[in-house]
Design a protein around this ligand. Structure first.
Ligand code: TYD
Length: 139
């Protein structure tokens, strides 16, 4: 269980990009551009004016990218919060395990892609905020 992580364990990475007169190409290789093997990719799109996420993961590591448009991501470690704005297709947010995340302010046409270190596991989720605080504060 990665319960001792903080907001400072999340960071923006510049995804490598290749440019020529045909435009840009960006690439992410598991264990090279992100510190984990990529086991799953999912993406959010056509999101209305709502907040998504609002959960934490016990073990999962993720890289989140607004491949189109923009999205705001609030990371919360139970003590501190840090807001990240994803607004470029080459800007990725690496999210450590054990952190509460809320996504909102999706722009029109936004697509938020997430690369994840594991397959979907319901048991890895903490969806109740009080339970999350207990998870962070219990030794
Ligand atoms: P949910 O976790 O509620 O999305 P968000 O992260 O925005 O809060 O997921 C929505 C639905 O999609 C839910 O029924 C579970 C399902 N889902 C999968 O089946 N596999 C996945 O990899 C993910 C991320 C979600």
């Amino acid at each position: 269980m990665k319960k001792h992580t903080t907001v400072d364990d999340c960071r923006i990475i510049n995804i490598r990009k290749y440019f020529d007169n045909r435009g840009y190409l960006s690439v992410i290789e598991g264990d090279v551009d992100v510190p984990f093997e990529i086991k799953r990719v999912y993406y959010l799109y056509m999101v209305p004016e709502v907040a998504r996420g609002e959960h934490a993961h016990k073990m999962l590591q993720q890289l989140m990218i607004a491949t189109s448009g923009s999205v705001h991501v609030m990371i919360d470690d139970g003590t501190n919060k840090k807001k990240f704005v994803l607004d470029k297709p080459w800007k990725g947010l690496l999210i450590a395990p054990g952190l509460w995340r809320t996504l909102d302010d999706f722009s029109g046409g936004a697509v938020c892609m997430v690369l994840a270190s594991a397959k979907y596991e319901k048991e890895d989720y903490i969806r109740d905020y009080n339970e999350f605080l207990k998870f962070k504060n219990n030794d």
